[in-house]
Design a protein around this ligand. Structure first.
Ligand code: AMP
Length: 842
């Protein structure tokens, strides 16, 4: 299959009645350059400049006659167009005489006949000529006829005909600049620009289809020359027709032969390409995986149901999130510039206590204000009796009056069996998280005035597989597609200006409302590698609040003999007051907790009044600081470093504002920490990452490490590690196993996540079964188990019987992990590590 193009550009004319078209020559040169560019379109391009009518006819004839069935042919003609009295369209060669156009011009039906007579089913005809487009029946024309449609000469099979203007408009001539400043005409320059910049990739799939290009050109021309309307006169090509690659979207990461197969009109070739894509999705290079994913997106909506079905299966088996929504794809085909506006880079920091969403606009990151004007929104959702949701600040306030129906700390519950209950209904953590994410999404949509779909979401570096899956699932329920799950510390490092120029070792200490993340990052040669990530997802600012609450409750009990801890309303008020006091103690040496009528005692209402100093508060929370110290030291050790080797310590998370934390970090590392981006650091970084994926920034390659070991249980219930903790993701590792009993025909491979060498102490995340093994003595079979962790650290497993080359594979999903956790294992189907060849011979 070849992409071939013929460009005809007639600028000079013998007949003075045809004025010069100064843009035509440059049109041809620019279009030739962009079409021939192998990184963009890779066409074989032939150009005819200032051809006579006979030369033009000859060139067109030869062009179409030589075509094979698979060729994609693009004929672009830039010249005067003229109609005769019967509304028949002629294109003008240099020797065409205006008074005898029918005998000296190039008849449009001649071109149509050449297309019809060629073998190609994929022809694009672009006419940058006056009168070349369709015009509606009934409109008055310059000709005598009232109801003629110039689409007629062009109609036929396997083609798309796009014209610069409608019949009633001029194209070249109407563009003042085209004549006066000798610039390329509006239409062709829009074609060139759309292809060259990639801006014509309206659906953002990385490819510029003819539909994309037409949509883009239509809008661009209408904006620059409001009286000129490009028209798609005919569109009879089966399936999508891709002209070029979006250079801005990604470098060329899918090999040329696969790309060709992807565009093949034969479904079986596209299915073949699908299998190749499967391999590319497992590449260790994120850019290759992204490219393969973009191509898979196109196949998911393939016109052939069998191809689309297989593509969908691959999509789901790879855990690529929710499928692109049909409506969205239809929307993307509409020639609308609005569509471009929906492709903002959006980042979400989904926090335990507070969340934030930010967008990349005007070359900067803007944190979207919540409905009530705050930079963050409490990650709290309340449900009303009739099942309506209230989210954010209002829900947080309701916690005081309505604690039982108000759900907070939802992020900590993700991936657990915890259920939220209210009014006899039960809600999953994923469902509640989705309502919070949906609220963030709405805030961003209000801000942008357009839909938001693709986002980067941050997660704690130590989130396990199930928690990561749960995050993706919650996002999908909120109508969001997760482009990347980004480690919070990596996001923070980006926000603190991690760039491709400066190499450094950096610690990110992120103490939020409910989680502590301590990570050591090494940035070198444009790679940000999380050398180690630790922390505690049960340690956060609320623990400091709780200490104040406990202290106040104990005092109150001492003073009044009343236990407030059983009074939900009193406790909710007290928690709020304790948090306020904690925050005040970050900038003051003492504060009060004052709560009038906290309860009613035997002698009437009782108030709470508690004075507390910073020193007392720090004493109450000393053990929490000690836990932070231990976790910092552990992370440094895990990274095989000493604290002295840390060049920078970056603080993020609202609770790092506490002076005791700043003091602790200084004490351990001997350096003052960086604090400039508290508390927006994480959402800022998420949005920068989204900006990188959207091509707004030069790419900074971010490599994250696995948070926990992934291994397979052997016959003795021991774990054989496959991907060790702190391995850089994405990664793919294989190990060989074998059978444990003679004539074993069936194996069960169980994947666990966790650090214990005993399977029973780790979390089972997936099981794969393979039957039909050839009966042979135990230890003879050679079973390869491949575990792959993608860039989002989601996991896929493959088991292959190397003898028969039969393979089963699965993606670990929330459901699969849950289903397998308690599943009973048949000991007769166990496996054991296969000795390597060296150990066999030794
Ligand atoms: P984040 O999850 O990063 O928004 O952090 C929220 C936590 O930071 C909550 O526990 C807040 O109480 C706490 N926080 C916010 N501001 C301060 C402050 N000035 N001093 C101490 N803690 C704070």
């Amino acid at each position: 299959m070849v992409n071939r193009s013929l460009i005809i550009a007639n600028q000079h004319y013998d007949d003075p009645a045809y004025p010069e078209l100064p843009g035509a020559a440059r049109d041809a040169a620019e279009l030739q350059a962009v079409l021939a560019d192998p990184d963009i379109a890779g066409f074989e391009v032939q150009v005819l400049r200032d051809g006579t009518a006979a030369q033009c006819r000859k060139a067109i004839e030869t062009f179409f006659r030589g075509a094979t069935g698979d060729d994609l042919l693009l004929l672009h003609i830039s010249c005067h167009g003229q109609k005769d009295l019967h509304n028949r369209l002629y294109l003008v060669g240099t020797d065409t005489e205006k008074a005898y156009v029918a005998s000296t011009g190039i008849d449009s039906t001649f071109i149509s006949d050449q297309i019809e007579g060629s073998r190609s089913n994929k022809t694009v005809l672009m006419l940058d000529c006056c009168y070349s487009g369709a015009f509606s029946r009934g409109l008055r024309t310059r000709s005598a006829a009232e109801s003629v449609d110039v689409r007629e000469p062009f109609s036929g099979r396997g083609r798309v005909v796009i014209t610069a203007s409608t019949a009633l408009q001029f194209s070249h001539e109407s563009e003042a600049m085209s004549r006066a400043a000798a610039e390329p005409s509006v239409f062709t320059s829009a074609v060139v620009l759309g292809l060259r910049s990639g801006a014509a990739d309206l659906d953002g799939d990385g490819w510029i289809s003819i539909d994309d290009l037409y949509g883009y050109v239509h809008e661009t021309v209408r904006r620059r020359a409001p009286n000129q309307t490009p028209t798609r006169s005919v569109a009879s090509v089966q399936g999508a027709l891709y002209l070029a690659r979006n250079v801005a979207a990604r470098p060329q990461h899918v090999p040329g032969d696969i790309r060709e197969a992807l565009r093949s009109k034969l479904p079986w070739q596209r299915i073949g390409a699908l299998h190749e894509l499967e391999n590319l999705l497992g590449s260790w290079r994120p850019e290759v995986r992204d490219a393969a994913r973009a191509d898979l997106t196109a196949l998911v909506s393939d016109p052939d149901p069998a191809v689309a079905k297989l593509a969908k299966q691959l999509w789901f088996s790879r855990g690529l999130g929710e499928l692109p929504v049909e409506d969205e794809r239809n929307l993307s085909r509409q020639p609308s510039v609005d569509r471009l506006r929906t492709r903002h880079a959006v980042g979400i920091d989904f926090g335990t206590t507070n969340s934030a969403i930010a967008v990349f606009v005007d070359d900067d990151v803007r944190v979207v204000l919540s409905a009530i004007g705050d930079r963050t929104m409490p990650s709290v959702a309340a449900v009303t009796e009739n099942g309506n949701w209230i989210v954010g600040e209002e829900a947080r306030r309701r916690a005081t009056i309505n604690p039982a129906n108000t759900f907070s700390r939802v992020k900590l519950a993700l991936g657990t069996e915890k259920r939220f209950r209210a009014f006899g209904r039960t809600y999953t953590p994923v469902g509640v998280a989705a309502t919070i994410l949906a609220e963030l999404r709405s805030a961003a949509e209000r801000f942008l005035g357009s839909t938001v779909r693709d986002v980067v979401i941050t997660i704690p570096a130590h989130f396990d597989l199930i928690q990561r899956e749960a995050t993706v699932e919650a996002a999908a329920l909120a109508g969001l597609n997760v482009m990347r799950l980004l480690n919070e510390p990596t996001a923070a490092a980006l926000a603190y200006g991690a760039n491709t120029e400066t190499d450094q070792t950096l610690m990110v200490f992120d103490l939020g409302g409910g989680t502590l993340d301590v990570s050591v990052l090494e940035i070198g040669e444009g790679v940000v590698e999380v050398r180690a990530s630790g922390g505690d997802n049960r340690l956060g600012g609320v623990d400091w609040d709780d200490r104040l609450v406990d202290h106040a409750v104990a005092r109150f009990r001492g003073q009044h003999g009343i236990d407030l801890s059983t009074d939900q309303t009193a406790m909710a008020r007290l928690r709020e007051a304790a948090e306020r006091a904690k925050i005040e103690l970050s900038s003051r040496m003492s504060t009060e907790i004052v709560l009038p009528t906290i309860c009613v005692g035997p002698d009437g209402p009782l108030d709470m009044e508690l004075h507390i100093t910073r020193a007392e508060f720090e004493e109450l929370t000393r053990d929490l600081i000690d836990r932070c110290r231990t976790l910092i030291q552990r992370a440094v050790t895990d990274a095989y470093l000493t604290t002295a080797q840390l060049q920078q310590i970056a603080l993020v998370g609202g609770a790092t504002r506490m002076p005791a934390i700043v003091g602790l970090v200084e004490e351990i590392t001997g350096r003052p920490p960086r604090r400039e981006v508290i508390p927006d650091g994480v959402v800022l970084g998420a949005t920068i990452q989204a900006g990188i994926l959207r091509g707004h920034f030069k790419d900074t390659l971010l490599l994250d490490v696995s948070a926990a070991t992934l291994g397979v249980a052997d016959v003795n219930g021991r774990i054989v590690p496959i991907i060790e903790r702190n391995t850089t993701a994405p990664t793919k590792r294989s190990m060989n196993f074998t059978t444990v009993v003679d004539d074993q025909r069936h194996i069960q491979v169980q994947l666990f996540e966790g650090e214990s060498r005993l399977a029973s102490r780790n979390r089972k995340v997936g099981v794969l079964e393979l039957g039909g093994l050839t009966p042979q003595p135990r230890g003879a079979a050679d079973i390869e188990v491949t575990v792959e962790m993608d860039v989002n650290r989601l996991v896929h497993m493959k088991v292959t019987d190397l003898e028969s080359a039969r393979t089963v594979h699965t993606s670990i999903t929330l459901q699969s992990a849950r289903a397998h956790e308690a599943a009973r294992v048949n000991p007769a189907h166990a496996i054991v590590e296969r000795p390597t060849d060296e150990s066999e011979s030794s």
